[in-house]
Design a protein around this ligand. Sequence first.
Ligand code: HEM
Length: 176
Amino acid sequence: MARPYQPSLLRALHGATALLVPLAWLSGLLIYSRYDGRWGRLPWTPGGNWIDIHGTLGVLLWPLALLFALYAISLGRRRLHQPANAVALGALAVALISGKLMEEDWLRDGQLQHGVYGLHLLAWLAIALAVLWHLGAVLARGGLPLARSMLSLRLRQGDRPGDWPRQLLEHLRRAG
Ligand code: HEM
């Protein structure tokens, strides 16, 4: 079988997203443990302003996830037919939108009753399950070579960052 290859624009957007999502998830866990804890707490949470850190990760993720989603529904459309890929993107969208609708002081003030916060907690759980499913599906479909193709730094002729505008224009021309 030919060695799988992922377009460099996909790898850039996917890689940055896949780096920030676990950090946002972990900082969310620390916040939950310190300010909520209705279903249990971690035995220990490191000191730090985790609400601000989590908010900053959210601010960074927003534009990135928007570009990634635009890529996925246009140039990457074929890959989105894989249910696990689509669900990972959907869970990310719900997490980001519900997070954006929250107010920073709710948890500091002990206001845990807001529906949007409940949705954000569900999205936190969903994203963990979705990413596990996504990874499992990638490994089941193409094994380690497929998983590695998303992390590889190899660039083919005609797929360097300088080629991205041409790739986008070609896609628009074909779609139009
Ligand atoms: C952490 C959060 C992650 C999210 C939100 C995510 C999301 C996605 C999405 C939406 C796609 C489809 C892109 C498109 O339509 O063009 C995709 C593809 C892919 N992802 Fe992830 N991903 C994550 C982590 C990972 C990790 C850690 C790996 C492992 C290296 C990985 C490997 C892949 C591969 C190989 C594909 C292409 C699969 C195919 O051709 O169907 N992903 N990912």
